[in-house]
Design a protein around this ligand. Structure first.
Ligand SMILES: Nc1ncnc2c1ncn2[C@@H]1O[C@H](COP(=O)(O)OP(=O)(O)OP(=O)(O)O)[C@@H](O)[C@H]1O
Ligand SMILES: [Mg+2]
Length: 509
């Protein structure tokens, strides 16, 4: 083929048309639409692809016509305006545009270049347009899919972040940007999340939590249990406790590609939990205070009426009775005060090596007479057990409480109290089983509550029940790292079991 000069500078429209025939083959075979227009924007030459763009019109219906004859008026107008720009400036113009032919949309990327005569005067233009419809459609589909994905992400109230496997931020939803005060994703995109140390409260701890979480996710594909991570706005204005769960996104080939992390703000929940705990504590303290004042009011009322009665009466016997009653009330008041004291003294007092069997044997003689009087028979089933480190006084107080409760449950008929000491693996158990009155089902869960009693105050002139015995015992056993449980069923009687570890863990009061 003959080597030719470029078209755009030295072609005289009429005279050189013949030479243009030489290009015909190239032009016709080109995959781009190629056309030449004169100064009136009439098509002088069009190739096959250009005709296709006009909906496969025959060439004769295109050549000599302007866009107004071929296209909808608005499109034609835009085309002609582009032509005018080329004619006026004498410079090439690049255009990307959408065109409608028939019922189809086409997208073109076109360059219109002026054709000049030998004197440099513009006499027309040559346009090369590439159909980018397919590419454009694919792009648009992808964009739509992305917009859809983003829209879904943005409707979420929880914060969502997509990361590379290495931890770089790929995208985040609106909730996340808002929560952490980012104006746009660009502020964090591409940054490694574990290196955003100003986003973590207490970075050392929380960054390593996050790193561990991601490592686990990559291995397993998901998080088994959400992890609590403390994060903050980078400007430090707000801190959050986030519950973070993540999973791995795979590519089409099934290989791990991204980590998707979902962060739920549980700050309020946590605060509520704390408030609840402290309000429960307050309620317990209130209950305790109410119980104490109730008990003391009762005692004071009895003391006052006894004293008033003693003052009025002349009978010696009545005066003696009043004094006796007053002393009983004072004793009860003293007992309440002592119980409350051991409540507050639950913190370790003196802990020493002790033989539990000996501790029980020391107590039994003290109430031997009482037990015999009530027809209570004591059976001992003591195994050899190691010495334990305990507060002897407190431990004896517990045993005494349990023995007295047992005796009271067997009154007035009497019965059997069986005390069993056994070794159980790394613990020892001490069981107090008694016959007699069973514990009602509806009471079993309340036995250890302060001031829970079924014994009534000042019953029969005895000290009666305050309802502190078991709650004090519970506190003591707990401070020794042990447990105490109650069971009561027909045929088996009532059993209180204490389990104490042989090597106690350090526990608080
Ligand atoms: N061995 C037992 N058999 C049956 N009921 C029992 C036994 N031990 C405790 N209870 C029940 O548990 C309640 C609470 O016991 P707790 O020792 O705490 O208080 P209390 O004996 O009533 O009064 P306090 O011990 O303060 O004088 C008792 O009132 C009783 O109803
Ligand atoms: Mg008691």
């Amino acid at each position: 083929m003959e080597q030719t000069k470029p078209l755009n500078n030295s072609v005289s429209m009429a005279g050189e048309m013949g030479k243009l025939q030489n290009y015909k083959l190239i032009v016709e075979l080109a995959q781009d639409a190629i056309f030449i227009k004169d100064l009136k924007s009439r098509y002088v030459l069009v190739n096959q692809k250009a005709l296709e763009a006009f909906g496969n019109l025959p060439r004769r219906k295109v050549v000599g016509k302007s866009d107004y004859a071929l296209l909808p008026p608005d499109q034609a107008k835009v085309n002609i305006e582009d032509d005018q720009k080329v004619f006026k400036t004498g410079k090439p113009v690049e255009i990307t545009k959408k065109m409608t032919a028939g019922d189809k949309n086409f997208y073109f990327e076109a360059v219109k270049t002026p054709i000049k005569d030998t004197k440099g005067k513009v006499i027309g233009l040559i346009g090369i347009a590439r159909d980018i419809t397919e590419r454009k459609n694919a792009e648009e589909k992808q964009m739509a899919a992305m917009r859809e994905k983003q829209a879904i992400m943005d409707t979420m109230l929880d914060s969502l972040v997509v990361l590379t496997l290495g931890g770089e931020i790929v995208s985040a939803n609106l909730a996340h940007l808002k929560k952490f005060g980012h104006k746009s994703i660009d502020e964090i995109k591409g940054k490694n999340i574990t290196k955003l140390s100003n986003a973590f409260v207490n970075p050392e701890e929380n960054v390593s939590k996050a790193a561990k979480l991601f490592k686990g996710v990559i291995q397993k594909g998901y998080t088994e249990h959400p992890v609590e991570i403390n994060l903050r706005r980078p400007d430090g204005t707000q801190e959050f406790i986030m519950s973070v769960a993540a999973s791995v996104l795979k590519d089409a080939g099934g290989n791990p590609k991204n980590i998707v992390a979902i962060l739920r703000d549980i700050t309020a929940e946590k605060q509520f939990e704390e408030q609840l705990i402290s309000s429960e504590k307050m309620a317990a303290v209130g209950q305790l205070a109410a119980g104490i004042s109730h008990e003391f009011n009762n005692l004071m009322a009895v003391i006052r009426s006894s004293a008033e009665f003693a003052e009025k009466t002349k009978r010696k016997a009545d005066i003696e009775k009043s004094i006796k009653q007053t002393i009983q009330c004072v004793n009860k008041g003293t007992k309440i005060a002592e119980d409350l004291l051991s409540f507050s003294r639950r913190v370790d007092r003196k802990r020493e090596k002790a033989n539990l069997k000996d501790l029980i044997e020391e107590i039994l003689p003290l109430i031997k007479a009482d037990l015999e009087e009530s027809d209570v028979q004591v059976i001992r089933k003591f195994e050899r057990i190691p010495h334990l480190i305990v507060d002897k006084g407190q431990m004896q107080q517990v045993f005494l409480n349990l023995i007295i409760n047992a005796k009271q449950a067997m009154m007035p008929k009497g019965g059997t109290l069986t005390v069993t000491i056994k070794r159980e693996h790394k613990a020892v158990s001490i069981r107090f089983n008694n016959t007699g009155q069973l514990i009602k089902k509806e009471h079993i869960n309340r036995l250890f509550d302060p001031f829970f009693t079924t014994k009534g105050s000042l019953v029969g002139g005895s000290i009666g029940g305050v309802g502190l015995g078991l709650s004090v015992s519970y506190g003591i056993i707990q401070s020794h790292g042990g447990i105490i449980i109650a069971e009561s069923s027909p045929g088996k009687g009532t059993t209180f079991t204490i389990r104490l570890p042989i090597m106690p863990k350090k526990t608080g009061g």
